[in-house]
Design a protein around this ligand. Structure first.
Ligand code: TXA
Ligand code: MG
Length: 314
């Protein structure tokens, strides 16, 4: 049974340790309560998707206590520095290119070469992030498609077993998710409206900001879909065996000819954790084609198959 505890120095230390050890911790920010995991740990990030029952791998926001730490994971250009100086800490997330040797889990980016970063302002979030010493991936702590959680009780009502600890600091001040600004391309684009309005961003950037059609639960516009990572190598799904010199990715008990296996034990959380890294690795090996063994349509299998179907479509 998950525990909810008030924010104290001791509970923050415990939450920080649980995060470092790969567990899920729910914590307050100025926007909404987040469902946090160590963003360096693929398996921990995979648990977020499993707990939220997200049907797809939407990229997640990574939280850090200051801009200096942000610069170790993404490339900040002059525009990003300006926006960050004006609005961080605060309810703004910025999408930026991952650094060449970025240690963030590929799952937080859902396989993209960008990542969304945020430096939250709430004292509790700041205290937890400093104590954790690792970047924390955190979507809102609600089941996919349900209302956003602005009190600890909303979190404990939604997650009975998946969350190791929930830190309670009362209601969130903003109560609305952060604004998401994409600065990974030449034209600044607003991916999600939120606590910071577009005029504020345009004033700081001295440039106009384009609004993308975007929905947190399900990116609908073809533009959003095409942004997703797909391997350059043709991909065949639900393959029973490799044909010709296809590189075969297995799931469950290994069969002959596999180049990789997402989870020999047939564990869908482990498979999700390994998915994007495995695709990247095989893609870089210049195979003619990649084939993936069937993944069961249950639990995280829905999200894995969603991603594989999109990657196979061309
Ligand atoms: O206020 C908030 O931002 C809350 C609290 C907990 O900080 N977090 C939150 O995270 O709402 P999440 O993961 O639910 O929101 C992610 C949003 C989605 O709309 C997603 O599509 C977008 O940010 N996003 C994240 N990374 C992205 C990327 N690399 N490229 C494009 N969009 C990205
Ligand atoms: Mg959300």
């Amino acid at each position: 049974m998950a525990r909810t505890v008030p924010i104290t120095d001791a509970s923050v230390e415990e939450a920080a340790r649980l995060l470092r050890e790969g567990h899920l911790v729910a914590f307050p920010t100025e926007t909404v309560y987040g469902l946090g995991a160590n963003a360096l740990d693929d398996a921990a990030v995979a648990q977020i998707y499993a707990a939220k029952k997200r049907p797809q791998f939407n990229p997640l926001i990574v939280h850090l206590p200051n801009v200096k730490d942000v610069r170790t994971f993404v490339v900040m250009d002059a525009r990003a520095e300006r926006v960050a100086a004006a609005l961080w800490p605060g309810p703004l997330s910025i999408v930026l290119p991952r650094t060449p040797n970025c240690r963030l889990s590929t799952l937080v980016s859902a396989g993209l070469d960008t990542a969304a970063l945020r430096v939250p302002s709430s004292a509790s979030a700041q205290q937890l992030l400093r104590a954790a010493g690792v970047p924390v991936a955190a979507p809102s702590a609600n089941k996919s498609g349900m209302l956003s959680p602005t009190e600890a009780k909303h979190v404990s009502d939604a997650f009975r077993n998946d969350v190791a600890l929930t830190l309670d600091a009362g209601p969130c001040a903003v109560g609305l998710e952060s604004t998401v600004l994409d600065l990974s391309t030449e034209i600044p684009t607003l991916l999600r409206t939120g606590g910071i309005v577009i005029e504020t961003l345009e004033d700081i950037l001295e440039d106009s900001v384009t609004i993308a059609g975007h929905d947190d639960a399900a990116p609908k516009s073809p533009g959003m879909l095409s942004r997703h990572y797909a391997p350059h190598t043709p991909l065949r799904i639900n393959a029973l065996h490799a044909e010709g010199d296809e590189a075969l990715i297995g799931f469950g008990a290994p069969v002959s000819g596999e180049r990789a296996n997402l989870s020999p034990a047939g564990d869908l959380v482990e498979a999700a954790a390994n998915l994007f890294r495995t695709l990247h690795e095989l893609d870089a090996q210049n195979h003619k084609s990649i084939a993936v063994r069937p993944i069961p349509e249950r639990g995280l299998g829905h999200a894995i198959n969603d991603r594989l179907r999109r990657a196979a479509r061309r």
